[in-house]
Design a protein around this ligand. Sequence first.
Ligand code: NAP
Ligand code: ZN
Ligand code: ZN
Length: 359
Amino acid sequence: RASPFFESEPPMPTTKAYAAFDNKSPLRPFEAPRRDPRAGDVTIDVLYCGICHSDLHQAKNDWRNSKYPMVPGHEIVGRVVAVGNKVTKVKPGQLAGVGCMVDSCRECAACTRGLEQYCEKRNTQTYNDVERDGITPTYGGYSKRIVVEERFVLTIAEQTKLEAVAPLLCAGITTYSPLRHWKVGKGTRVGVVGLGGLGHMAVKIAAAMGAEVTLFSSSDRKRDDAKRLGAHEYVLSSDSAQMRKQSKRLDFIIDTVSAEHDIAALLLTLRLDGTMVLVGAPERPLALPAFPLLMARRSIAGSGIGGIPETQEMLDFCAEHNLTADVEVVSIAQVNEAYQRLARADVRYRFVIDNATLG
Ligand code: NAP
Ligand code: ZN
Ligand code: ZN
């Protein structure tokens, strides 16, 4: 941009946001830079942004890779306000979503299969990352406006409870993808571990796929909710008698727990050739004993979010089955309190920021 007022490059445009400035202090206001839109870019006014436990992990530097200032947020829904002249996917005025990624190499074996999350070079995360240039920081959805290349923009059908759609962009796809990959369907016995943001979507989606769902929780507090959400059984995982009753029953387990916990006892609930997939990302490694695996040819696996085509498929699946998240809408000023409650597993079942409160 040529400017008569600046000798070098003019400053980038900015957007109102909230950021973490270190791993201890509360989040506070920040003017986040946003790039000038390119021909392939979509500019979105953010309406709602979910609060994922990954936001908390990264704000606290649990994964030892945090860069500050950090504007978290990767469960974004908003309205398109402008598109570059190469954009065909969305038009100004339409609803759009952005999830955990805003770019990838777009040409490796993973990217060409629509598995951008497993890009061989690396995907570009929506925040706490750098653009493909290797230097420009990315800032997430706790902000008024975001600029994203159209490949990484999802289309969202016009609907009323938009705040309840936002969590699908991470919690929804992260649970949908492994349920599909391991071919969960009618009659599959699925275990879901942890009833938080991911866990409650796993219950809803697995039940909608026709599975019989058993919920494992660290407390008894969520028993009624789990049933209402679609779980058929509820197990207090610290109760060994309840755990023994589940011995060799399940075909598949999705573990969404955000902290250290005992997976040996959970593995024993899998039947022959059963698989347990970890989607939770605790700060410290989990202990993996060999015997529960080898005694019934069990597998343990992991799964990361989902690719862009599958995210669109998940949004369409959820629209068709009338599935959204159970949310508690908060103002941006309440974000630090929401973080404290998330740390205590006190969320029913996703906090979502009303971005209008950013001013
Ligand atoms: P969340 O809403 O906080 O839910 C986590 C649940 O885990 C809690 O509600 C709680 O359920 C259980 N839990 C928490 N601490 C526990 C402990 N010490 N022992 C046993 N259970 C405990 O978190 P979320 O947003 O769903 O995210 C869950 C995890 O997935 C996080 O680690 C996050 O970073 C990760 N994640 C991974 C991906 C991916 O691509 N794989 C994507 C998104 C998020 P109960 O009260 O029922 O026990
Ligand atoms: Zn997330
Ligand atoms: Zn790639």
